[in-house]
Design a protein around this ligand. Structure first.
Ligand code: SAM
Length: 209
């Protein structure tokens, strides 16, 4: 395999936050692969590249193998190094040389909006997976960052922590960050019931107070 695949972090979603190197690699690609939302966001910089919308991973594998001689850019949300498709691509195509261009992660963007630094927070995910955030919050320095979703959502997590007697926490939820309907919600964990609603695509900071 002599493939040339570039994996590009789009950043939190709005194209204004992609790096210049990321834009260049998309412009230079023959084929651009991404989720529907990501492809919509970058359409203004696409020229006549073919696009492929991500769906089932076995179909993606076949598509990439069939396009061995094309220059491919794969767009992922946020940063390439934080729960992205890069892990699957590296595992599946171990002989391919990848070029990886990082992006601003959703959590980095959220911390920047809060004018806070994140070096003393631990970074995890409950997006489509289990994670023992109770143990993590007890062991953490300033707190924990979690990629959350509509099932493993911040309200469910707040309720669970409170039931386990963990009270000194501020919950900070970033929804649809960098989009026109971005929303950041902050509350003390004991007040979680007042904030019980459906949260759109979200990342959550559990900050010790
Ligand atoms: C597959 S993970 C990708 C994470 C990504 N690599 C990153 O660095 O942010 C998807 C999760 O990222 C978070 N996420 C991505 N973009 C977001 C945004 N614009 N606003 C809020 N959360 C976002 C959500 O927690 C979502 O469930």
């Amino acid at each position: 395999m002599s493939h040339n695949i570039c994996v590009v972090g789009l950043g939190p979603g709005n194209i204004e936050f992609i790096t210049g190197a990321g834009v260049k690699s998309i412009i230079e690609a023959d084929i651009v692969i991404g989720g529907k939302r990501q492809l919509d966001e970058i359409k203004t910089i696409l020229k006549d590249q073919e696009t492929y919308t991500l769906g089932k991973l076995d179909l993606l594998k076949t598509f990439i193998l069939e396009n061995e001689n094309q220059k491919i850019a794969v767009i992922v949300s946020g940063d390439t190094g934080y729960y992205s498709l890069l892990t699957y691509l590296k595992r599946t195509f171990s002989q391919i040389n990848f070029k990886v261009i990082p992006g601003i992660s959703s959590f980095q963007y959220l911390f920047s909006k809060l004018e806070m630094t994140w070096e003393n927070f631990s970074l995890h995910s409950v997006h489509g997976r289990d994670f023992n955030y109770v143990k993590e919050i007890l062991n953490s320095n300033k707190g924990v960052v979690l990629l959350t979703d509509s099932i493993n959502n911040p309200i469910k997590i707040a309720k669970d922590l409170l039931e386990k007697g963990i009270e000194n926490i501020e919950v900070i939820i970033g929804e649809r960050l960098s989009s026109s309907d971005e929303c950041i919600t902050r509350f003390k964990i004991k007040d979680y019931e007042k904030y019980n609603r459906n949260y759109l695509m979200n990342v959550t900071i559990l900050r010790k107070i």
